[in-house]
Structures are given as C-alpha cells and as structure tokens.
Design a protein around this ligand. Structure first.
Ligand code: FAD
Length: 216
C-alpha cells in the first residue's frame, strides 16, 4: 500500500462522532472480535447493498468467514466488503429520551475478501470458526469430509483497515436534567447460557461434556 492509499484507508476508518471512543490499535480490535459471536457482512450485490449476519473467527490478523459455496454473498465479498461486530454491554438510561444510549464494544473492518483455496488454511479456518462458537468442540466432532470442504467457501479478510468503538460508563445528562426525579443509570446486559438440552436421538450413556456444562 502506498502512502496515499494508506492515508485514504486511515481516513475511512476514522470514527467521526465521539472520536474519543475510537480505537485503532490491533490489540483492542482483536479483543472485541474475539469476544463477539456474530458479525454482519455488508456487500453490494448487483447494485443492491445487503448486510447478512454470519459467524466468524480470527486467526492472527485475518478474519475468516464461511458459507455455502453457492451462496451469492461469498462470491460478491471478493469485491469490497464491510464486516461489523457489536457487543452490547448495557442499556444506558438517561434522564432525557435524547441522551439514552448503549454501552458497547464494536469493530468495523473494511477490505476485500480472498477465497481460501489451500486445504490446510481452509481447515484451520473452519476449526477456528467452530472453536469461536464453542471452545473445545473441534476435538470431539467428526471433521469435514472432502465433499463438505468443497461445499463450503471460506473467505479471509485482512484486519488492516479497521476501527473499534467502545462506550463505557454512566449516562451523560444535560446539567438542567440532573435534578429531575426520574431514575437514571445502567442495565448491564450479557448473553447467558441456559441449561444444555440433550438431543433426543443421543445414546443414553453419552455424558454432557465439560466444555458444554461450563460454556461461558
Ligand atoms: C450496538 C450499537 C448501537 C448503536 N446505535 C446507534 C444509534 O442508534 N444511532 C447512532 O447514531 N449511532 C449508533 N451507534 C453508533 C454507530 O455505530 C456509529 O458509531 C455512529 O452512528 C457514528 O458514526 P460516525 O459518524 O462516527 O461514523 P462514520 O463517519 O459513518 O464512519 C466512519 C468510520 O468510523 C468507524 N466507525 C463508525 N462507527 C463505528 C462503530 N460503532 N464501531 C467501530 N467503528 C466505527 C468505521 O471505520 C467507519 O468507516 C451504535 C453503535 C452500536 C455498537
């Protein structure tokens, strides 16, 4: 990338509103990506912008996405795409409707996806995606057959042109609203694991693995 391209790229990912919430260091971006479960992939397909939710994983400075080899988005993603991950940490209830917001961690990655053709990289990506969803699972399950590998497209997106935006803390109310008698504060939110439900066709002597019982 030449200097002009690097400059353009840095400008594209510069957070505009609340610039103090913007982060551009790799460690912060990676931490948000690793904490997320679902991303949204934005592409333009036949002139129509479309944003689709998918699962993903990060290996080093690459984001991996996968989908059916015949899915429209997996081929369109080799043009420019945008991937976002967002995690909601709290509802921020202010004294005025206007100042309500969320505490969140989010990442935007801009770039161009590469279709992964090498079978070793493809398998590592699929392993990482399974492990991102349920750490410990890859070691237990049957691995993909050649046919399943062919039926799956894996895309690699460089985490190069990226930003994180993080909001923490209390509501920020106008001075004139601070004496109002309405409750203000945070409602923390998190995804909670329910009790595992064994598949009805499961043989009775198969124990629920510890990575399922302790999933967090
Ligand atoms: C769960 C959630 C809910 C939100 N709800 C709202 C809402 O209702 N209304 C609203 O106005 N905003 C909301 N935001 C914030 C929103 O994502 C944008 O940050 C905001 O609209 C201001 O964008 P901007 O003008 O700074 O970005 P733009 O100038 O449009 O974007 C410039 C660049 O900044 C970076 N950027 C912008 N936003 C983010 C982000 N969230 N995370 C990482 N990088 C980013 C990107 O690289 C982007 O290319 C929400 C964010 C999250 C995570």
């Amino acid at each position: 990338m030449d200097d002009l391209a690097r400059d353009l790229s840095a400008k594209r990912v510069r957070v505009g509103r609340h610039p103090e919430r913007g982060h551009y260091d790799f460690a912060t971006i990676a931490a948000v990506l690793d904490a997320g479960l679902v991303c949204h992939v934005g592409i333009v397909s036949n002139g129509q912008p479309i944003v689709l939710p998918t699962i993903y994983a990060r290996i080093g400075d690459r984001l991996y996405l996968h989908g059916s080899a015949v899915a429209r988005w997996t081929s369109a993603a080799t043009a420019r795409l945008c991937v976002t991950v967002s995690i909601v940490d709290a509802l921020v209830l202010a004294r005025s409707a206007y100042q309500h917001t969320l505490n969140y961690r989010s990442v935007v990655v801009l770039g161009r996806a590469r279709i992964v053709t090498g079978s070793a990289e493809k398998l590592s990506a699929l392993q990482a995606i399974v492990e991102q969803v349920c750490p410990g699972r890859w070691g237990d399950v049957r691995h993909p057959t050649e046919h399943e590998m062919r039926a799956t497209s894996v895309l690699a997106v460089p985490i190069a042109e990226a930003s994180a935006k993080i909001r923490t803390g209390s509501p920020v109310d106008f001075e004139s609203d601070l004496t109002s008698r309405v409750w203000a504060g945070l409602i923390p939110l998190r995804i909670a694991r329910g009790a595992p439900i064994s598949d009805l066709a499961l043989a009775g002597d198969i124990d629920v693995p510890s990575y399922v019982l302790n999933y967090s």
